[in-house]
Design a protein around this ligand. Structure first.
Ligand SMILES: N[C@@H](CCC(=O)NCCCC(=O)O)C(=O)O
Length: 256
């Protein structure tokens, strides 16, 4: 079996008297099944991790979604109860990991909290409770115990012409799910908008001039990667970029 390694972010959780560094299964399932890669969980040990060693050993990085929000101090805003919950150990780990992965040209797929982290890591800001803004859609999931209902496909997004997502999809509009309360406010200087919701919310970005696939989506392609074509295509494109990175690395070390 041919499975390149992909570093996957984790969340810090406390249960059964332990602190866990964990990732929900749908991200891992989509990574294995749709991208064809082997996910390796990165614990939230921030500055104690040698990111260069990590990024020399993997061929991709995937940032997962999470209930927690990036701490507002990371983008120069005041923290208040409305902005929570937080996971600062995740912030300490993912923000430097994103910057270093982009610098080193390691393919990156950033999902939901991940696209928000990507924007903050590169100098952008976030808006909270976006459903309260005038004319905004409600981007939160419905209240339900049923995950299929929470992650149901709910609204269209317009794909920006000529960008990296336009090269993936035949359609100019695809339909996506939506499980978030925050959104990109000020776009980071080096990001390009790849998709928007009907209310103008930025739904996808790519890193301008990045040497490899470096894409963030505000929706959750992992959840329906087995059954929804656009969701699967995102993971397939990421998997192809990961394999291309591994081949380039193998070529470079053979030539050395
Ligand atoms: N916390 C941010 C990030 C949104 C996100 O990653 N959502 C996934 C939530 C998973 C779940 O609730 O099951 C925001 O709300 O904008």
């Amino acid at each position: 079996m041919d499975q390149p390694l992909v570093a996957v972010s984790t969340d810090v959780k406390t249960f059964e008297r332990y602190t866990w560094h964990a990732t929900p299964e749908p991200y891992l399932e989509a990574a294995i099944s749709a991208a064809g890669v082997l996910p390796v969980l990165v614990p939230c040990f921030g500055g104690r991790l040698d990111l260069d060693s990590l990024l020399s050993s993997v061929d991709g990085v995937m940032l997962t979604g999470a209930k927690s929000n990036v701490h507002p101090s990371r983008y120069g805003a005041e923290a208040d109860e409305k902005h929570g919950p937080y996971d600062e150990r995740r912030d300490d780990t993912t923000l430097p990991l994103i910057r270093r992965a982009i610098e080193k040209g390691v393919p990156l797929l950033a999902i939901c909290r991940g696209i928000q982290e990507l924007n903050v890591a590169l100098g952008g800001t976030l808006a909270g409770e976006i459903q309260e803004q005038e004319g905004a859609l409600d981007h939160r999931s419905p209240e339900s115990e049923n995950q299929d209902e929470r992650f149901a496909i709910r609204h269209g997004v317009n794909i920006a012409p000529g960008g990296c997502l336009a090269r993936l999809f035949a359609e100019r509009e695809i339909r996506v799910n939506s499980v978030h309360r925050q959104g990109i406010a000020q776009l980071a200087p080096n990001l390009r908008v790849e998709a928007t919701a009907p209310d103008g919310t930025i739904e996808a970005v790519c890193v301008a001039g990045a040497p490899a696939f470096a894409v963030g989506v505000q929706w959750h392609p992992e959840y329906w990667a087995a059954s929804d074509a656009p969701s699967r295509q995102i993971f397939e494109a990421f998997g192809a970029a990961v394999r291309a990175h591994r081949s380039a690395r193998a070529g470079a070390s053979a030539a050395a």
